[in-house]
Structures are given as C-alpha cells and as structure tokens.
Design a protein around this ligand. Structure first.
Ligand code: CAA
Length: 417
C-alpha cells in the first residue's frame, strides 16, 4: 500500500521510493512525455503517475511479450502491484485501501496497459468490477470481511455477469439463486470472466425471479472456494493472453444469505453502475495500448530508412503519425473527463460510454496504422505492434460492445432534450 512506501523527491523532481517488501531497492522515476495533461493534475496524481509509469516501464514491459506469448498469468507482478497499493486504489483507507481518486486510478490503468494490456485488465477487473460494487453496495460487515484482502492483492476479484446466451442482453441471464433458510442455492453457468481461474472472490449476478427480467436480478459476493463451484472452459483468445478468461459452473452452490450484495432484485442496477465505472477503466486500457503503438511507430519511423531517407521525413508517414497522435489525445481527454465526473459525484454514464467507444475504436485504428508504418516487420512477432493490434480488439467488445455503448449514448442523449 502507499502507506508502506517511503518517497524521496530530489530537486530535479525525481522520485525515489522503496517498498517495505524490498527495502534497499531504490527506483529512479522520471517524468515521461504528456506534460500538458500532467500539468493539470494534482501533486498526488502526478506522483502516482510517476510511480506507476516507472514501475510499468521497468517491471511490466520487459516481461509483457513473453507472458503474452506463453499465456502466462503475471502473478508476481500482481503481488507487487498489491504491495504498491494498486489493487485497492480507491478502497477507503479504513478497509486497507489507498483511498485515492478515480482519475489517478485511470492514470494507473493507462500506464500499466501501455506496458501490458493483459496486466491492465487484470488490475481493472479487480478494482472496478470487484472492489467498486462492494464499496458502493456492501454492508459494513461485507466491507470489513472482503476489502482488506482485496486491497493488498492477497485475494483477487472477478465479475460474473455474462453467460453463453446472455452477453449484451445482460437482463436475460439464466443462472438462478433460490433461498433456503439462511442460504441461497446457486445453479448455472457464467462465462467470459476475466481473472476467472485466478480469482478468490466473485461478484455473481443471478436471477431470483426470472419473470421480473432485469428487476429480478440479484448480486452476491461469492467465495470461489465454496462447494459446488468449478472453473470451466478456459478461453484461447486472440489477444490479452496473459490474462485468464474462463467459465464458472455453479452446481447447487450454497452461499450464506449474508453474502447478498444490496437487496434482492437490485442486481441489474448494481451491474450497470459497476460497468459505468469499469468502462472508464477499459477506455484507459485502450488509450494505453494506443499510446504504446504510437510510441513504437515514432521510434520505428525515425530509425527506418527507405529511398535514402528516414521514413519519418515522408509526408505519408507524417500524416499517419499526426492522425494517430490526435486521436490518442482526444480519447484520453474523453476518458479523463469521465473519471473527473465520477470523482465529483456527477452523472457519468454517457461520458463513460463515450470514452470507452471512442478510446476502443482509437486503439483499433492506431494499432492498425502502427502495423502499416512498420510494414512487413509490423506483421511479425519481432516487433510489439502486432501484440498491440491483437490486444486492442477486445476493448471494442468486453464490458459492453461498441454497439452497446452507442445504445447507451443515444438513450442518454435523447433524454437530454
Ligand atoms: N445505472 C443504473 N441503473 C441503470 C443503468 C445505469 N447505468 N442503466 C440502466 N439502468 C436501469 C434502468 O434505469 C432500468 O431501471 P428500472 O427497471 O427501474 O426502469 C433498468 O436498469 C433496466 O434498464 P434498461 O431497460 O435500459 O435495460 P436493458 O435490458 O434494455 O439493457 C443495456 C440495457 C445497456 C443494453 C445493458 O443490458 C448492457 O449494458 N448490456 C451490456 C452488458 C455488458 O456490458 N456486459 C459485459 C459484462 S463484464 C465483461 O465483459 C467480462 C469481464 O470480466 C471484463
């Protein structure tokens, strides 16, 4: 946690820190790029940016490609991120978290994802989709029981809403929970669960009254070592291969009634509110991927020679770089705007959907151009842009497809006038 870190700032604005776990190990942090954006941040937010950008560059990026190639879950990195406080970023300090704001969290997800999109979604699903609904809807007892271990990364969280036949149409889930005395019995199959095989705790959405559709959906906090739970199929994906995506099977799984999150029938609203926040995290992930692709393209274009000149001197390449750079900054502004509204307690459903839609499509567009700039080299695993391209695609799909974001934006906009 941040409380366990000693920070030293020298007169050149370099930060040196050591964590309790690695006493004696000092990291030098340098502020990299994006000065205009950073100048608008508070001192705390700037400090978090420096800390996480240095950690991402020095510890996450060097292993990203190999972890992804081998579909290897980055357990050691998640442990370190837990020690640094990034697994309980906005969890209140009384529950062992850092009590920080959502914008600094978004900054962290962007930096982590720039180095490794898989690590980005592992951290994002844990913070936005697991810690967040417990903070917003949990009882004091649930917060005391679950948040401390989640905040330090000792336990990992996941979010089980989708099912094989209920993805975009989340209200039509078939998994059921029936009350029996002081317990609920859950039966059904959940799918597309980020962190599925690694998680200890899940926020699970079930139907307690199918006739009521969305108003019959109920949320539970579920310990995944409970009897009657089995991890099902593990997905072989196009990208973000270092993150786990699985099904989870509930077969007469008995859950204490005190694990009900919110009240019976409140689950759909809990899911939607949680996804409003989660989508800003995915937008930040997309911005991080797009920035990585832009940076790689600029470096490559300056080094690569053709027709006796650096290709960065050709207007065809310059126009691509200009458009990539413009779209990345626009995506980032939308993302930070949504996070700022959330911080201020204002409505942000529309802005969150806009940020996710635009940032995801930007990531896809920018990574496509990045491969084009790299030519044949970009199509090989010798350069990282093919990984960025594969990773970018999922941001247009999970936590609500781009089509679902357009539905949300249209609905909100039509109700404004
Ligand atoms: N906040 C709070 N309440 C909301 C809400 C929001 N953002 N959006 C809707 N609601 C409420 C409505 O007010 C309505 O309330 P009442 O019953 O009181 O009237 C209720 O929820 C139902 O709303 P709708 O009629 O709009 O619901 P719908 O069935 O038409 O669905 C939808 C709307 C936007 C399409 C929604 O189903 C949706 O977001 N679908 C996508 C689901 C999704 O993102 N899935 C991804 C799962 S997570 C994942 O990807 C895996 C992972 O691990 C990363």
């Amino acid at each position: 946690m941040f409380g366990l870190i000693i920070l030293l700032i020298d007169n050149k604005n370099n930060i040196y820190y050591n964590s309790e776990r690695a006493l004696g190990c000092i990291y030098k942090l340098t502020l990299k790029g994006l000065h205009m954006f950073l100048s608008n941040l508070s001192e705390d937010q700037k400090m978090i940016h420096k800390l996480i950008s240095d950690f991402s560059e020095n510890e996450i990026k060097p292993v990203a490609s190999e972890n992804e190639r081998n579909s290897r879950f980055p357990a050691e990195l998640i442990k370190k991120l837990g020690e640094l406080g990034f697994m309980g970023h906005f969890v209140p300090t009384e529950y062992g978290g850092c009590g920080l704001d959502y914008l600094s969290y978004i900054i962290a997800i962007e930096e982590i994802s720039k180095a490794c999109a898989s690590t980005g979604i592992i951290v994002s699903a844990h913070n936005s989709l697991t810690c967040s609904p417990i903070i917003d809807f949990g009882t004091d007892g649930q917060k005391e029981k679950y948040l401390p271990d989640l905040s330090c990364g000792k336990k990992l969280g996941c979010f089980a809403l989708s099912e094989p036949e209920a993805g975009s149409d989340a209200a039509s889930i078939k998994t059921t929970a029936v009350k029996e005395g002081k317990h609920y019995i859950i039966n059904g199959l959940k799918s597309w669960i980020t962190n599925g095989s690694e998680a200890d705790i899940a926020i699970v959405f079930v139907s307690t009254d199918r006739k009521l559709k969305s108003r019959g959906i109920t949320a539970f906090i579920v310990d995944l070592d409970s009897p009657g739970i089995e991890i099902g199929k593990s997905e072989h994906k196009l990208g973000i291969k270092a993150s786990s995506t699985t099904q989870t099977i509930f077969d007469n799984c008995k859950i204490p009634a005190e694990n009900l999150l919110g009240s019976e029938g409140e689950g759909f609203k809990i899911a939607m509110k949680t996804l409003d926040g989660g989508r800003i995290g995915v937008a930040a992930q997309a911005v991080g991927i797009a920035r990585a692709a832009l940076e790689a393209s600029v470096i490559y274009a300056k080094e690569r020679k053709a027709f006796g000149d650096s290709i960065s001197n050709f207007q065809g390449i310059q126009f691509m770089i200009a458009d990539m750079s413009t779209r990345v900054e626009a995506a980032r502004l939308l993302t930070w705007q949504a996070a700022s509204l959330l911080n201020k307690g204002l409505k942000y459903t529309k802005q969150s959907a806009m940020a996710k839609l635009f940032a995801a499509e930007t990531a896809m567009w920018v990574t496509t151009k990045a491969i084009q700039i790299h030519g044949g080299n970009g199509y090989t695993t010798d350069f990282p842009v093919e990984r960025y391209f594969r990773d970018a695609k999922i941001t247009e799909i999970y936590e609500g497809t781009s089509e679902i974001q357009r539905i949300v934006i249209a609905k909100q906009t039509l109700s404004e006038f």
